[in-house]
Design a protein around this ligand. Structure first.
Ligand code: AMP
Ligand code: GLY
Length: 423
């Protein structure tokens, strides 16, 4: 079959790696892709929000299956457009992708269906938000309702900071129309765990757990980023935690979406916080996490196409989803200055080393070809992933492999997986 992947980051590279392993696949395309994805896929320079062009491309190339990796096109309704044109597509329709696209929607859903999450209020009027803050407890969390590249969450320690936050989100519109509505919620503490899952509208099958490192600097300092590294599985995601989430969170979310007339097919990513009062949902995403996908997908034993097709066909209950009994760590190599300002177009060397070592992967996030050379083309440049028999070995392997790759202004965190030592 011919498969088209929509997206251009490390997540889509990890998806392409899995798709390429399937016996069912004869040809892979990617829009727009990057220099790493180009190893598996023919990349076409079509932006992920150019729905008409993507649909025309899918028809022209007689694509049998489209996999949409990114949040913006999912929330914008790319799946609906492709389906309307008769193209088989993996991912939630627009009316289900709202689970990620509107935090106000997802909070109301959780409240209505008793899914554990932080206490909150939604606001469309900045004056009412400020009035609410006058009597609130601090710290408190402000969230722009819509998509904001993972940056629309402000943790405020004082009333002054929070008032400033309301102005930033709702009046200055720092995150654009994502800030037309806002969630104000209780500040929670605890370890964070990412659990990705496959969903077919009725059945949900969770993947192995992972943990991200969102801040730019060592020791969780500095600005929030798209994610600087991950490990999988999380040692804090115990059987007890999993049982609780199975009982109160996962199936409950799928059933709630169905009951609302918004059946969800695709990947639900549960951002969980393990609080003293039990696991609670921090956020939902309607897609694989990035860089979570880079440690989860290489450990998946199943043929990805089989799982994806079962989600589309509503037969996921017949799939035995299995992961290797090992561990993986991903260290993101970024351009110094990310997530604010950074230079691009530096040549990258050492990529061929990964071909020589089994269990090592270099997923490209921001790269492109300059002639036949591969150069940097983004803030997050590469995700260096290694497996090991356990988390400690995987971490040592991943950090060793970060030395294989060189480019000017290479920056990484040195403490990805530090929590492993505390487990
Ligand atoms: P979100 O995009 O909703 O996952 O938020 C981004 C990050 O902000 C999360 O990964 C948490 O680290 C933090 N965060 C979000 N909501 C809360 C909360 N209610 N309490 C504490 N931290 C939070
Ligand atoms: N790593 C977090 C995300 O993909 O949203």
């Amino acid at each position: 079959m011919k498969v088209l992947i929509v997206g251009s980051g490390g997540r889509e590279h990890a998806i392409a790696y899995c798709v390429a392993k399937s016996d069912k696949v004869e040809k892979i395309y990617c829009t727009p892709g990057n220099a790493g994805i180009a190893e598996y896929a023919e990349c076409a320079p079509i932006g992920a929000m150019e729905f008409d062009k993507i649909t025309a491309f899918a028809k022209e190339k007689e694509i049998d299956l489209v996999i949409v990796g990114m949040d913006d096109p999912l929330v914008g309704g790319l799946v609906d457009e492709l389906e309307a044109a008769g193209v088989r597509t993996f991912g939630p329709r627009k009316n289900a992708a709202i689970l990620e696209g509107s935090k106000a929607f997802s909070k109301d859903l959780m409240k209505k269906y008793n899914i554990p999450t932080a206490a909150y209020e939604n606001f469309t009027d900045p004056d009412q938000a400020i009035a609410y803050l006058e009597t609130a407890k601090f710290p408190i969390v402000l969230k722009a309702d819509g998509l904001a590249l993972g940056k629309g969450v402000l943790i405020c320690n004082t009333l002054e900071e929070a008032k400033e936050g309301v102005r930033t989100i709702m009046l200055d519109k720092k995150f654009g129309s994502a800030g037309n509505e806002m969630v104000i919620e209780e500040f929670m503490t605890g370890r964070e765990v990412s659990v990705l899952s496959f969903v077919d509208g009725n059945t949900i099958k969770t993947m192995t757990s992972a943990q991200d490192h969102k801040r730019a600097g060592d020791g969780d300092t500095g600005l929030n980023t798209g994610g600087m590294g991950t490990f999988s599985p999380s040692p804090f995601y115990t059987k007890e935690v999993e049982d609780f989430c199975n009982k109160y969170i996962y199936q409950a979310t799928v059933d709630a979406m169905k009951a609302e007339g918004r059946p969800f097919k695709g990947v639900i990513f549960f951002g969980l916080m393990l609080t003293e009062d039990g696991p609670k949902v921090l956020e939902y995403n309607a897609r694989f996490g990035d860089p979570e996908a880079q440690v989860v997908l290489p450990r998946m034993k199943n043929d990805m196409i089989e799982v994806v097709e079962a989600c589309i066909d509503g037969t996921l209950d017949q799939v035995d989803l299995q992961f290797e009994d090992n561990a993986a760590v991903c260290v993101v190599l970024a351009s110094d200055g990310y997530p604010v300002a950074y230079d691009k177009e530096f040549p990258i060397s050492g990529l061929e080393e990964f071909k020589k070592h089994e269990g090592y992967y270099c997923f490209h996030a921001g790269t492109k070809f300059d002639g036949d050379k591969i150069v940097t083309n983004g803030g997050r440049v590469l995700g260096v992933t290694a497996k090991g028999k356990d988390l400690k070995e995987a971490r040592a392997n991943a950090y060793a492999a970060t030395e294989w790759v060189q480019f000017d202004n290479k920056y990484m965190r040195h403490d990805i997986g530090k929590a492993i030592d505390e487990a």
